[in-house]
Design a binder for this molecule. Structure first.
Ligand code: FE2
Ligand code: FE2
Length: 409
């Protein structure tokens, strides 16, 4: 069996798995022979990749040939990364298995990014800062809210806002317009025709979905000037984009009707870390040192060194900027979603974050897989076997996003 992108589907191929659209509706059943008409349907319904039998209709083994020595090395390093995770849990065990496979297939690139976390030589006692106190006293420095974010907030809160109102805001920013059109014309949606203006994109994609995308991208753009000195911003963005994509796909797997904010929630989940990197660079260097020397997770080091973890910092920004409450809640609870007022949404971001950390797609600075909130797994009603196709879709959509967006955000 192999997973191929929709652009490479040919007539006569035979499906080895059911094909469902973004809302989990069955489009084509397993064993169906693909015709030209099917290819058109798949593109119209936004399917990005399918699983097909190998040539001749014989299903080959699922895992590609990888040097067993590489698998052994990767298994050991991945076990260390998963050291705080209960691998007896069926969902975590499947994510671990797929992570070893993905890391083995991408051995060189992931090994290099792990190697970037080299211990520094800054005395850890210096630059200790109480960020919680700064938040409590409303004194934490934050970036100015961009006017476009303000306007998008208003339109999100207004139930009577029309597609025209949203279009008027978006077109004020040529860079945002260009990014949104690129996304609309990408494999993220796979429309079989070109979309050349925002009004058309809103009509086809939906005003809430476009507003969610616009909001997430505009907030992220504020942080694009963070120096590469100690955090690789491309890697951070890759982690965030992959999490946004995974959250959106997980939401569709659950048949959620309101998936439009899930991409933005995934994209922005670690935004609190960007505030640490932007305004507390010396403390951030020390955090990395503590993490490396003590084998603590970054999440725990944040609390011991700054008295505050990145979700709280992210919440403070979301509150100050008046961003939608559901988004704020997802960001605040993405490490402990069962406590959230929106547990399903926060739970989806939580699982997306674990998957993306497991695969080693980019990094927000964290070396270890975030602690798993197993209470949320029951609530989400997902099954572990979905992760294979979710990961295939995430890697496919991310490759498209990367070429389109990495320079723009
Ligand atoms: Fe996080
Ligand atoms: Fe994360």
């Amino acid at each position: 069996m192999s997973c191929i992108s929709v652009e490479n589907i040919k007539q006569g191929m035979v499906l080895s798995e059911d094909v469902r659209d973004i809302n989990n509706r069955l489009l084509l059943s397993k064993d169906q022979k693909i015709t030209q008409k099917h290819i058109r349907i798949l593109k119209i319904w936004g399917v990005t990749a399918i699983h097909v039998m190998s040539e001749g209709g014989i299903e080959t083994k699922e895992e590609p040939d990888i040097n067993p020595e590489v698998i052994e090395i990767v298994q050991d390093t991945t076990k260390n990364i998963f050291k705080n995770i209960d691998l007896d849990h069926p969902a975590m065990s499947e994510i671990f298995r797929l992570s070893v496979l993905h890391r083995s297939q991408n051995y060189q690139s992931i090994k290099v990014s792990d190697d970037k976390l080299i211990p520094g030589k800054i005395p850890v006692g210096e630059h200790r800062t109480d960020i919680r106190k700064q938040i409590e006293m409303q004194k934490l420095t934050l970036p100015e809210i961009p006017s476009i974010v303000n306007e998008l907030n208003e339109v999100t809160a207004d139930p009577n806002a029309s597609a025209n109102d949203i279009s008027k805001i978006v077109v004020k920013s040529p860079s945002l317009t260009a990014i949104l059109l690129k996304i609309a014309n990408s494999a993220f949606y796979s429309f079989p025709f070109k979309i050349d203006n925002i009004s058309r994109a809103i009509t086809l994609i939906g005003s809430k979905e476009i507003t969610g995308l616009a909001l997430g991208i505009s907030v992220m753009q504020v942080f694009k000037d963070i120096p590469q000195e100690f955090i690789d911003m491309n890697s951070f963005l890759k982690h965030s984009l992959a999490c946004g994509i995974a959250a959106r796909i997980l939401a569709s797997q659950r048949n959620m009707s309101q998936t439009e904010q899930m991409f933005a929630a995934g994209l922005l989940h670690d935004i609190g870390r960007l505030i640490i990197y932007k305004y507390f660079p010396d403390q951030a260097k020390n955090l990395f040192q503590i993490m490396t020397n003590s084998s603590q997770s970054l999440y725990h080091a944040e609390n011991s060194y700054l008295r505050c973890r990145h979700p709280e910092i992210g919440k403070f920004l979301f509150k100050k900027w008046n961003l939608p409450k559901s988004l704020e809640d997802c960001v605040f609870y993405h490490h402990r979603p069962t406590n959230s007022h929106y547990p399903i949404e926060a739970g989806i971001v939580h699982i997306a974050d674990i998957v993306v950390n497991g695969l080693g797609i980019g990094s927000s600075g964290e070396r270890f897989i975030p602690l798993f909130d197993d209470g949320i797994w029951e609530k989400l009603k997902l099954i572990p076997t979905i992760f294979k196709s979710i990961i295939d879709q995430v890697t496919h959509q991310l490759s498209v996003f990367e070429t389109l967006l990495m320079k723009e955000i």
